[in-house]
Design a protein around this ligand. Structure first.
Ligand code: SF4
Ligand code: SF4
Length: 433
């Protein structure tokens, strides 16, 4: 929070939020706010409503303060002032816009008017951030991007040290700071700190496919907590860093690792955020691996275990890469879809930065009951995902519920079943970490 926002009175904060929202409220957002017919269809599409039955979690309700700010711009309200956003509303809606919206987009699929509630939530978060309102831990993670280079404090020196450690322990060539490369591979700091094997797995797969790739200590972090916190200056900073790095190494393709929101923000919002086209193509790692497999550059041994796949919202529903994971799982002899699945799959409960909000933990755990039931209904022994944030959310909820189902990364499982020119020394043996 900057000095200006800490010194605002409650009334000034409410006004600042309204003013900020109105600067963003052009075109599609205004059309969305005009279009709601209050049918309530979106309620049961939202996991927060589904597990609690509390009407305050109805997606359309989450938009009320901003819809009110929007109405003030309309005749005759703009003559007479109209209803204002109040400080009490700021307090009530902070939880609804941050803790209980994962920006998963499931409500939009149920909406007869096609209202993209997630995009209004994103704009509302910007309004709240302008008023200095929002979860302190999410804001701190966003500020870390400016001060340390990553939300979890992974500085370039830490990144360099982790890469060196992984290279030694896993006997894999992690190509760091090559001066030129066709592909810039990025990481999420969640992977780096919690799931480093997924980084090893990506390297093994790209090396086997003969890809000319590099990591860079100048631009490695793909997550974008500035976007999730509604702090667009930080979002822009993170994207510009990746753009400058890719330009320096001459990469025409930037690959996002197993992270959903990193993919959505860069691929679908990146150029709008920086105000010019991105100088590279953006692919999620599952899309890129599917492409390499199709080109005959990757082959996999059959996966014998029964598996099911959790679609990360920003990769499947909002990302458009739903088919890539299925294509990669063609080599699974017993693949079982969840119900619902694909673009209609349920959220893990931790997207949109909710995983980073400690005060949202109870609600997140409740939401995970939907996923547990989905997985149990398939009877599969292993659940896969292609998002480290989903994985962290689900691991945390698994521990909370003492639920002992196996949860793995899709990319790690693929690396373990990769047909390599030389067998990897750790295949079939326990890894070191
Ligand atoms: S985007 Fe997802 S979490 Fe947010 S209101 Fe819609 S269904 Fe609920
Ligand atoms: S489904 Fe769409 S139109 Fe109906 S209440 Fe929800 S947002 Fe409004």
């Amino acid at each position: 929070m900057d000095a200006q926002t800490t010194t605002m009175t409650n009334e000034q904060a409410a006004q600042a939020a309204a003013n900020k929202f109105l600067t963003l409220n052009s075109g599609n957002l205004a059309a969305y706010l005009e279009s709601c017919v209050k049918c309530g269809n979106c309620a049961t599409a939202c996991h927060f409503y589904e597990v609690t039955g509390d009407p305050k979690y109805t997606p359309a309700y989450k938009l009320f303060p901003m819809a009110r700010a929007h109405r003030r711009t309309k005749w005759p309200w703009n003559w007479f002032g109209g209803p204002k956003i109040t400080e009490a509303e700021l307090q009530e809606w902070e939880e609804l816009l941050f803790d209980s919206c994962t920006m998963c987009g499931r409500c939009t699929q149920a909406c007869p008017m096609g209202i993209d509630i997630s995009s209004i939530v994103a704009a509302s978060r910007q309004a709240f951030a302008a008023a200095g309102r929002g979860p302190a831990d999410l804001f701190e993670a966003a500020e870390n991007v400016l001060t340390k280079g990553s939300p979890l404090g992974v500085t370039p020196a830490v990144f360099d040290g982790r890469v060196e450690w992984l290279e030694d322990d896993y006997e894999v060539d992690l190509r760091l700071d090559r001066p030129k490369a066709e592909v810039l591979l990025t990481v999420s700091s969640i992977e780096l700190m919690k799931y480093p094997k997924s980084i090893v797995a990506m390297a093994r797969l790209l090396n086997q496919a003969g890809v000319d790739w590099t990591f860079s200590t100048k631009g490695y972090e793909s997550t974008n907590f500035g976007f999730l916190a509604g702090k667009m200056d930080i979002a822009r900073h993170a994207i510009e860093k990746l753009v400058a790095t890719a330009e320096e190494v001459g990469a025409k393709l930037l690959v996002i690792p197993e992270c959903g929101h990193a993919y959505g923000v860069l691929r679908w919002a990146g150029s709008n955020i920086i105000g010019r086209p991105l100088p590279f193509t953006v692919l999620h790692i599952t899309e890129y691996l599917a492409q390499l497999k199709k080109e005959g550059k990757l082959q996999f041994r059959p996966i014998e275990q029964s598996v099911t796949y959790h679609d990360p919202c920003q990769i499947s529903r909002r990302g458009g890469a739903t088919a890539a994971a299925r294509y990669l799982l063609e080599d699974a002899t017993d693949f079982r879809e969840m119900t619902p699945t694909g673009n209609f799959n349920w959220c893990c409960g931790g997207g949109g930065g909710v995983q980073a909000m400690s005060r949202a933990a109870d609600l997140r755990h409740k939401v995970f009951q939907i996923k547990m039931k989905q997985v149990e209904d398939t009877g599969a022994s292993m659940m896969l995902s292609a998002c480290a944030n989903c994985r962290l959310t689900m691991d945390d909820s698994k521990a909370y519920w003492n639920w002992d189902h196996e949860l793995e990364s899709l990319v790690e499982l693929l690396a373990e079943h990769l047909v390599e020119d030389e067998p990897h020394p750790f295949d079939g043996k326990p890894h070191l970490a």
